[in-house]
Design a protein around this ligand. Structure first.
Ligand code: FAD
Length: 308
């Protein structure tokens, strides 16, 4: 298939396209399905709408690795203000950030101190800080960062990827710190010695890891968060939670804005804790290519936006 997962993940690495495609109106229109708008205010409005039907929001301003410390400082400043704004508006909003946006590639100590500052701010404003997981070259550094942040600021969580062979052990090693873990399948192009090339294997691994997380939750250990749109998998996990005696408030389901929205609302009605990740900002190209890679049929939205 010409438009397969690998095709879009390869495009996601192109800085040239990143700098040009974002100016094309028809692609901008196509992204509307996945983001309410580029401005912070657009994301705030989406958060208020989601709150009206009982869903929390995770805010994430799009962007990838930065190369100058001043850029990391700007990211930190943006989120510090955002926490204040979330509190001022009384919204149920949390923040999700990529360590490379806070300078992980440039200056580890700076990244750590900025992440700590954001976690402290999250705590002070009654919010929560999520640390995203990027490609496999960042896993050790991201988990080390999370351990430090979690020790100082309990209102913090980290994403972990079921497609990586190492993740069951990483999760087991982290459980003693009572982590908050968002389990996702994994969005990056990884080599076959690092991650399952076959989706069925990732799906199986996801369920097995979710089982270990739920067992830990039952003992008062981790807070499991299931970040997936795989509705049959979510149903199996919810059933497993019931079997284990883990109540809906002891785990959460998170999905992206605009994806499986009817299921998000249904799960909420059924008493599950559901949160929606809302992306905003102008640096959406690489992120959008990963969304197309997840479901190549989404390219239809781009084509319809060209002619519509
Ligand atoms: C809240 C949240 C946070 C995330 N954070 C991270 C992170 O920190 N690091 C990371 O590597 N990945 C992250 N991801 C992305 C994740 O790794 C997967 O790439 C993504 O969720 C797609 O896999 P899936 O679990 O939805 O399952 P799949 O099996 O891929 O999809 C399940 C169903 O959802 C539909 N679907 C999936 N994606 C889309 C889409 N883009 N558009 C339309 N339908 C779709 C599919 O068609 C299918 O019906 C996050 C995802 C979520 C929901």
């Amino acid at each position: 298939m010409p438009f397969g997962r690998g095709f879009f993940l390869a495009l996601a690495k192109s800085d040239y396209l990143n700098n040009h495609v974002t100016r094309w109106g028809f692609v901008r229109r196509a992204t509307k399905k996945f983001m309410p708008g580029e401005a912070t205010d657009d994301a705030m409005r989406a958060c208020a709408d989601l709150a009206a039907d009982g869903r929390g929001t995770l805010f994430t301003r799009l962007g990838e690795a930065i190369t100058q410390t001043a850029e990391a400082t700007a990211v930190r400043d943006h989120y510090l203000q955002l926490f204040d704004e979330i509190k001022r508006r009384g919204l149920p909003g949390h923040v999700s950030v990529k360590p490379t946006q806070l300078g992980l590639d440039v200056d580890v100590a700076l990244c750590e101190s900025y992440t700590m500052e954001l976690a402290a701010k999250a705590e002070a404003t009654g919010s929560f800080l999520w640390i995203d997981m990027e490609d496999s070259s960042y896993v050790d550094r991201t988990l080390a960062l999370y351990r430090k942040v979690k020790e100082a600021h309990p209102a913090s969580g980290v994403a972990m990827q079921a497609y990586l062979f190492r993740t069951p052990k990483d999760v087991a090693d982290l459980l003693p710190v009572k982590p908050v873990i968002r389990l996702v399948k994994g969005a990056y192009a990884e080599p076959p010695h690092v991650a399952y090339p076959r989706k069925a294997d990732t799906d199986r691994a996801y369920f097995d890891i979710s089982d270990a997380m739920l067992r830990s939750a039952r003992e008062g250990g981790c807070l499991p968060v299931f970040g997936t749109h795989d509705v049959p998998l979510v149903s199996r996990i919810v059933a497993r939670a019931k079997e284990l005696g883990v109540a809906p408030g002891q785990y959460e389901v998170h999905m992206l804005y605009g994806i499986k929205d009817a299921d998000q609302r249904r799960l909420r009605r059924e008493g599950e804790t559901v949160k929606t990740l809302v992306s905003y900002g102008s640096a959406w190209f690489k992120w959008y290519m990963r969304r197309l890679a997840e479901r190549p049929a989404n390219v239809g939205f781009v084509i319809r936006s060209m002619i519509g």
